[in-house]
Design a protein around this ligand. Structure first.
Ligand code: FAD
Ligand code: HEM
Length: 411
């Protein structure tokens, strides 16, 4: 990694730290995943209570470790290279995730101590006092920005970080497809539903039968039902010997009418601004949960706005929420739906076979794109649209896991 610091540009880092971070960024980047892989076990050892806040599935797959490593390295690069892409979207996404989990400022000391100790463990003698101090400065700059943004978000949502969740009762359970259920939830404390911007998610905390407590994020798939919100959950099955998804299996197998779940306030910035720009909502699999609330909202507030939905799934039978989206689409003046299935039913002449191919779909020039689905799918959507001269700045995406993409691409 070659880093140049344009003459005259200012950095938040002190002068000595800039030089050290420039000289060591490449070696830290090279070892970043080793560092974060050491960081988590040592932190959980000292603070087992954090095992109730961190997603243990993401720990097992290493995805959270990679996301943390990528974000810290990208942040350091952004500090020493003001020409680097804006970091605001990465910061916002992390802050929203933290707020949905009730992360508090004092916990930054714990993370900082273990992260910097892990740097020392992995890089050994290379970590001189100057190197340690420079990376400490990077960490605390990052932490200060996150803490400030999180304080703003907690205040905006009127949430006390010490009590980030509220009880919601399951008032309806809908079997959408063989693998997908929707749960309609109502505040169990009698309070009003918080404001949900279409496209936002909630963190759902569950107490699993083995005694562990675990959070997962679920998009609010509908809010058009009075003082209720809906989440829609795809059952995650383990492949190649991996275990089945813990929380999605629990929600499918064990949660019934009348049960109470704990939900955070709505979070996330994958939201549609109220403009008149035409929208393309490109989803695959469980990503459909981000499409319904947007179509619902547009039908309610801007029925004249052009909306195109494009969805890919294994088969029509796996395509959850299809009828509801179609029904709402009929309330719009200009609504088009395209579907791609790996296996198309005999007689279905409307759906395309195979992976989504947006190259031949008519699209208005000023289209704004929202895409949600597995990462390879979204990469494909993005490249097929940029090939059509749609600027990347008009393509927004949501990852249903730790965002391993954000630190690499500008928002
Ligand atoms: C912002 C956001 C919004 C989301 N919205 C939705 C939504 O609307 N609907 C929805 O269905 N999902 C949504 N998700 C995904 C959801 O949060 C969960 O990630 C999903 O339900 C899987 O959780 P789980 O506990 O069932 O699986 P986990 O137990 O977390 O497992 C996840 C994966 O890790 C693998 N794994 C676990 N342990 C191991 C191991 N030891 N070795 C190898 N592999 C392992 C599992 O096989 C599985 O493939 C969203 C995620 C985010 C971040
Ligand atoms: C400067 C310090 C920190 C950085 C750079 C950081 C970075 C990140 C990143 C990149 C993610 C993934 C976001 C995504 O889903 O895309 C994340 C999630 C998370 N962070 Fe932090 N974080 C910091 C501090 C903390 C602190 C102090 C805590 C509290 C103990 C914490 C707890 C969590 C948890 C629980 C998650 C969700 C993990 C998961 O879903 O697997 N983080 N953080």
């Amino acid at each position: 990694m070659t880093i140049t610091h344009p003459a005259g540009a200012t950095s938040l880092l002190s002068g000595p730290a800039q030089a050290v971070v420039s000289a060591t960024a490449a070696v830290v980047a090279e070892h970043a995943e080793q560092i974060t892989a050491r960081f988590y076990p040592r932190m959980f050892d000292e603070h087992p209570e954090l095992l109730r806040v961190f997603n243990l599935g993401n720990q097992a797959t290493g995805e959270q470790s990679r996301a943390l490593a990528a974000s810290v390295v990208a942040y350091a690069v952004h500090l020493i290279d003001p020409a680097a892409p804006s970091f605001a979207h990465v910061l916002r996404r992390i802050a929203y995730k933290h707020v949905s989990l009730g992360i508090r400022p004092e916990q930054y000391t714990i993370v900082g101590r273990h992260l910097l100790a892990a740097v020392g463990e992995v890089l050994g003698d290379a970590v001189t006092a100057e190197v340690a101090s420079a990376w400490d400065e990077v960490y605390w700059l990052f932490a200060a920005q996150l803490i400030a943004e999180e304080a703003r978000l907690y205040q905006q949502a009127a949430v006390d970080p010490a009590e980030p969740v509220r009880p919601y009762r399951v008032v309806r359970r809908i079997e959408e497809t063989a693998d997908v259920i929707s749960l309609v939830l109502e505040p169990a404390d009698g309070a009003e539903l918080p404001k949900v911007v279409p496209g936002q998610y909630v963190s759902v905390f569950v107490n699993l039968p083995d005694g562990r407590r675990q959070p997962r994020q679920y998009t609010v798939s509908s809010t058009a039902i009075g003082n209720r919100l809906q989440i829609t959950v795809r059952r995650v099955r383990g492949v190649n010997g991996a275990p089945d998804g813990q929380v999605s299996s629990f929600l499918h197998d064990s949660v019934q009418l009348g049960d109470v779940l704990e939900l955070s306030a709505p979070a996330g910035d994958f939201v549609v601004e109220p403009s008149s720009t035409p929208l393309l909502l490109a989803s695959a699999g469980a990503g459909i949960t981000t499409v319904l609330p947007v179509v619902e909202h547009i039908a309610r507030t801007q029925p004249e706005r052009t909306v195109i939905v494009a969805h890919a799934d294994r088969t029509a039978q796996d395509h959850a929420l299809r009828e509801t989206v179609q029904h709402l689409g009929r309330q719009l003046d200009d609504f088009t739906a395209y579907t791609w299935y790996e296996t198309v039913d005999p007689g279905d002449t409307r759906s395309y076979s195979g992976y989504m191919d947006l190259s031949k779909i008519p699209l208005p020039d000023d289209i704004q794109v929202f895409t949600c689905g597995p990462l390879p799918f979204m990469r494909h959507v993005r490249s097929s649209l940029t090939a059509r001269n749609i600027p990347a700045s008009r393509i927004r995406y949501e990852v249903f896991g730790p965002d391993l993409w954000a630190a690499q691409i500008p928002g």
